[in-house]
Design a protein around this ligand. Sequence first.
Ligand SMILES: [Zn+2]
Ligand SMILES: [Zn+2]
Length: 139
Amino acid sequence: MTETTGRCLCGACVMTIEPGPEAGACHCDFCRKWSGGIFIAVDAKRPVRFADDAPIGVYRSSEWAERVFCRTCGSSLLWRSVDGQHNAVSVQVFDDPAAFPVTSEIFTDRKPVTYALAGSLNGMTGPEFMAQFSPDEEG
Ligand SMILES: [Zn+2]
Ligand SMILES: [Zn+2]
């Protein structure tokens, strides 16, 4: 997909994103606490651009990652690595979240038993996922 626009609940945060085609869910403790649900995100091919930085809040959730939110309405917008290499944008910022099929889920070992996503998804536990990277903690 080419560049598209996303926004938070109140509209103060407007972002330009070049999203990948598919979405993935993260069940880790950090994402569930932060988003208030399941964090379902699309990898952006380059860092997200904000129309105005003033309403943007940034929470440094670990040594290597931070979470961006709207300071006005509290919407969870994206997770990104501090080095800018990874940008996982919430599908909820898009007008049509269904444009991004959910094909994978990570931290399946942290998922509460009270819910499950439909369909057969590529699943990875936290340790399996983190083995792809050098840090050994959630972000
Ligand atoms: Zn907002
Ligand atoms: Zn997570």
